[in-house]
Design a protein around this ligand. Structure first.
Ligand code: SAM
Ligand code: SF4
Length: 329
């Protein structure tokens, strides 16, 4: 699958639910209106859409959300997708999780063929963790991470860098990741959805973060890539990697290889743009999948060149109405 800018689409990110047991303050507002369950694609339908993408050349699938591990039937979906891995059509199934349910699921996830996962942790201070997630328990996530290690899952920690909130912790967190054998990715906050707060109070450019980390750690450029937007450095003292995702301070759209499916079957071609096609209607209208394939062709045609995020004083509202938890971060 190739879009009109010559980019090959080999990566599908699937938000399997918009619901979550946390309410991280940069991601959601306190009072979220979630989608009615009847609007969701069933597990069979999610499998059908993913399988069609795989047949058309997608080699990697990431399950995300909302919180993917609170979606009923998620293990069945992973099991079904694993069959494509066994047949050699798919290179990787992975997931991004807040870790709250990981202690329960880590071994099963690994058994079903997932090799690596991203776990989001924005603070290692229990009070701050509770504050940022509005209802999360750091201990539960740490237990989940222990279970993941024990199961043999490779873990990468995702951390959103937040001005005046966790900026003074980031260097210690990098050290903690090194001790546990985790890579780490730092992310700039993106202006997605109304969160009931001011984003320019949160936005911290990673150029600043990196300069501060370099005072404590020896970082050298790494050619490591996961096919995503993260630019990696190796931390000499720990041997682990640290990645920087800089949608605001340094765009990465020219090499974009992905599309994003929501739990209701809407396919977004860009995290930061509104263009979308409705795969649920196409799927339900035609059991032979002709309409689904035609809708995917239309999506390839519509994929925009890139996003246009800005966060600056006086210009710090959402670039888009939809939250990251809808499109899948
Ligand atoms: N609930 C899971 C989790 O937290 O890992 C998966 C979904 S969450 C939307 C995926 C990632 O998006 C997390 O690492 C989260 O920190 C990040 N994220 C959410 N809202 C964001 C925003 N506005 N800007 C940047 N990253 C965001
Ligand atoms: Fe939930 Fe993940 Fe959003 Fe936090 S970042 S509210 S854990 S979806």
């Amino acid at each position: 699958m190739q879009d009109t800018f010559g980019r090959h689409i080999t990566y599908l990110r699937v938000s399997v639910t918009d619901r979550c047991d946390f309410r991280c303050f940069y991601c959601m507002s306190e009072e979220m209106q979630f989608l009615p369950r009847k609007d969701l694609l069933s597990i069979e339908e999610l499998d059908q859409v993913c399988s069609t993408f795989i047949e058309r050349g997608v080699r990697k699938i990431r399950l995300t959300g909302g919180e993917p591990l609170v979606r009923r039937g998620i293990m069945e979906l992973i099991a079904r997708l694993s069959e494509h891995k066994d047949s050699g059509l798919l290179d990787e199934i992975t997931l991004t999780t807040n870790g709250s349910q990981l202690a329960k699921h880590a071994h099963e996830i690994k058994r079903l063929g997932v090799e690596r996962i991203n776990v989001s942790v924005d603070s290692l201070n229990p009070e701050k963790f509770a504050e940022i997630t509005r209802r999360g328990n750091l201990n539960q996530v740490i237990e989940g991470l222990e279970a993941a290690k024990d199961a043999g899952l490779k873990v990468k920690i995702n951390t959103v860098a937040l001005k005046a909130f966790n900026e003074d912790e980031l260097s210690d967190m990098l050290g903690w990741c090194g001790t546990h054998g985790f890579d780490m990715t730092m992310i700039e906050t993106m202006p997605l959805g109304e969160i009931g707060g001011n984003r320019s109070d949160q936005y911290l450019p990673l150029t600043e973060v990196r300069a501060r980390l370099e005072a404590d750690w020896t970082l050298s450029p790494s050619d490591h890539t996961t096919g995503g937007p993260s630019k990696y450095m190796t931390v000499a003292e720990t041997g682990q990697k640290v990645g920087f995702i800089t949608p605001l301070s340094d765009h990465f759209c020219d090499s974009c290889n992905r599309m994003r499916l929501t739990c209701t079957g809407t396919l977004y071609m860009c995290l930061g743009q509104d263009s979308a096609v409705d795969l649920r209607a196409a799927l339900r209208a035609d059991a032979t999948l002709g309409k689904l394939n035609a809708a995917i062709d239309q999506a390839l045609h519509l994929k925009p060149k890139g996003h246009e995020f800005v966060i600056e004083p006086g210009n710090d509202g959402p670039a888009l109405k939809r939250h990251m938890s809808v499109t899948g971060g």
